[in-house]
Design a protein around this ligand. Structure first.
Ligand code: APR
Length: 228
């Protein structure tokens, strides 16, 4: 069975109603990264950072996976599929994908401020300001902030290197190291980019096919092509 590695970003969840980050109506037009998505922001203004992620969770609770998430899950009928996502939502899980690596963390989890390995599931959508981990330390969102290392990146590179086909959906390829992942596909492995915009594909050295469409229609076409 051929192996497909699907690498996704905020664009795959856009048609579910979640905002991307860098589009004109994106989250980084509304918020400053340094106010809500850095370790310094958490130290300086814990309430603002925690409310930002609680808001993301409330939005996520109102959304459903869209046709693109479902198409990715459907690929498992014909291929060995691993998903690597930069997204902190759980829409791939809810669409039925079985093998998912989250590079930038998960909204549904919190972790101890003292011990990054002490990760707990959050019940519901609200992290309380004073919520504590089992080790007594304050909890923080289980999110990779700007300026922090990306612990899952090495594992993601190993997965990328196993691909016979790589599909990149809905990411501007603007954030590192995540964007480097496309370099870990073996030489000659085709890379399909599904994105209605102009992601930064300069890093891609492999045969590149840009399907310039929204994730739902682009993935539907690509699944048909790959099945043939
Ligand atoms: N279908 C597919 N792609 C879409 C759609 C859609 N319906 N709508 C927008 N896009 C594309 C945009 O053209 C853009 O290339 O999704 C991409 C979104 O890019 P970003 O907003 O930069 O999101 P992403 O690449 O996931 O960001 C990477 O930055 O701040 C962070 O940590 C956060 O994981 C995130 C990282």
């Amino acid at each position: 069975m051929k192996k497909i590695v699907v690498f996704t970003g905020a664009g795959i969840s856009a048609e579910s109603g979640l905002k991307t980050f860098r589009d004109a109506d994106g989250l980084w037009a509304e918020y400053r990264i340094e106010d809500v998505c850095t370790p310094e922001a958490l130290a300086r203004n814990r309430a603002l950072v925690i409310e930002f992620y609680n808001k993301r969770r409330r939005e996520l609770a109102q959304t459903e996976p869209n046709a693109a998430h479902k198409a990715v899950a459907e690929l498992e009928q014909w291929f060995d599929v691993e998903v690597i996502t930069q997204n902190v939502d759980d829409l791939h899980e809810r669409a039925g994908s079985t093998c998912i690596t989250h590079l930038h963390g998960e909204l549904g989890k919190l972790r101890s401020m003292r011990n990054p390995e002490l990760i707990v599931e959050l019940e519901g959508t609200e992290q309380g300001l004073e919520d504590r981990a089992p080790d007594g330390a304050l909890l923080r969102p289980h999110i990779v902030f700007f300026g922090e290392s990306v612990p899952m990146f090495d594992r993601a590179c190993e997965i990328a290197a196993t691909a016979d086909i790589m599909i990149v959906v809905g990411t501007s390829l603007a954030v590192y190291p995540a964007a480097m992942l496309v370099r870990y596909a073996r030489s000659g492995v085709p890379i399909y980019v599904v994105d209605p915009g102009e992601p930064d594909t300069r890093m891609i050295r492999n045969p590149l096919h840009h399907i310039k469409e929204r994730a739902s229609s682009g993935m539907a076409k690509l699944v048909e092509e790959l099945k043939r």
